[in-house]
Design a protein around this ligand. Sequence first.
Ligand SMILES: O=C(C[C@H]1NCCC[C@H]1O)Cn1cnc2c(c1=O)CCCC2
Ligand SMILES: [Mg+2]
Length: 485
Amino acid sequence: GLGLSFTKDENFGEWYSEVVVNGEMIEYYDISGCYILRPWAMSIWENMQTFFDAEIKKMKVKNCYFPLFVSPGVLQKEKDHIEGFAPEVAWVTKSGESDLEVPIAIRPTSETVMYPYYSKWIRGHRDLPLKLNQWCNVVRWEFSNPTPFIRSREFLWQEGHTAFATKEEADTEVLQILELYRRIYEEFLAIPVTKGRKSELEKFAGGLYTTSVEAFIPNTGRGIQGATSHCLGQNFAKMFEINFENEKGEKSMVWQNSWAYSTRTIGVMVMVHGDNKGLVLPPKVAALQVIVIPVPYKDADTQGIFDACTATVAILSDAGIRAEADLRENYSPGWKYSNWEMKGVPLRIEIGPRDLANNQVRAVRRDNGEKIDISRVFLVEQVKGMLEKIQQNLFDVAKQKRDACIEVVKTWDEFIKALGQKKLILAPWCDEEEVEKDVKARTKGEMGAAKSLCTPFEQPELPEGTKCFASGKPATKWTYWGRSY
Ligand SMILES: O=C(C[C@H]1NCCC[C@H]1O)Cn1cnc2c(c1=O)CCCC2
Ligand SMILES: [Mg+2]
């Protein structure tokens, strides 16, 4: 039948796979870890892209496109950046029947592709700031459990790569981009995130520091990195000799940032908002915000009902609302309700004989099932208002659920207990890398080890003398910990 065979609370993994397929977002592909993004998912990617692309263009970032292929020489250039990842790099070794002289890597990220040319293009301070972005795919031959959107061997993202004359400019941009990522999650996907800084162990090894927006999946009790904005310092400038002559004629190295969000965002949205009837799409990103369904009754003015549906779609579309009518003859209204609930359309409008007679429509919210009769006289305003309420309610409910998972702990025992309860743990930490490694070692298991997720910019009061939960040494900061994706 139409329904799901797994429930979100009983079998999250199976529920998730079924929802993304039945919601027509994903089709599984015959190469493991690769997925087909169907229009229902692609439209969400495009809606986010429309916002983000316009915002970075306001920041004078320009789009470009660099080759997919990386010559082996440059890839090995950055030792500590690559060494940890080498197994994930996919290589082209043949063309047709013949072997390539030299194997060519497929980009897992584009620092090493782009920066030799940054070195060539940046000569004087007038060449700065250089701000480029590309919307592209990247390949990382991951081995741990592949999950649509969340962990795949190829994914779509944007990667921004900027170069400045001063550290101050770079530091400023890192946070401007991070705010855009917060908006992507909180204003478009209706998902609460925490802005913070990654630990030295968890940061991008090639960079100076990493900031991120962290989300949380209550059902699995796992944190998930939503997007990252790194300051690379002068590390890559040194490696790739990206220098410029400053105003005083001195030779200096540029300060760089790199930042990305990917199609992983869509998976987080499904996990947070989806329910046992299927997808639940936030109106801001939904391809279809309103589905209008005729409810004919025996021979009661069927044509009038169909005409009212078509007129309703026209009125809503003219007002900029993404609406369609499902006039298919061969499906019952009930079947259509289930179908569009599975696809997560935020608002359903039903028009039956009574609605026609009373010059009204019946609106049904996907987020909470609320049914409201709306007079056609105020149709646009009322529908717009309901869509805004749905968007806000999805965020409020997700935030309430996420906040309910937060556990503040002071001791190791409390930490282990909270971990077992699938909590998002906030703990005082001495900020020593060895201690973080120790936490990972002591929590290793088939559920995966706990790790630091981020040190939130918003720091609660840390009373003098507070001890680190793991080492007992003086704590210097509050940090979020948990299992993660
Ligand atoms: O990709 C980044 C850093 C940076 N890349 C550009 C966009 C922002 C940010 O993600 C880190 N990283 C992750 N994963 C891999 C690599 C890697 O550099 C290189 C080798 C393969 C796997
Ligand atoms: Mg990785």
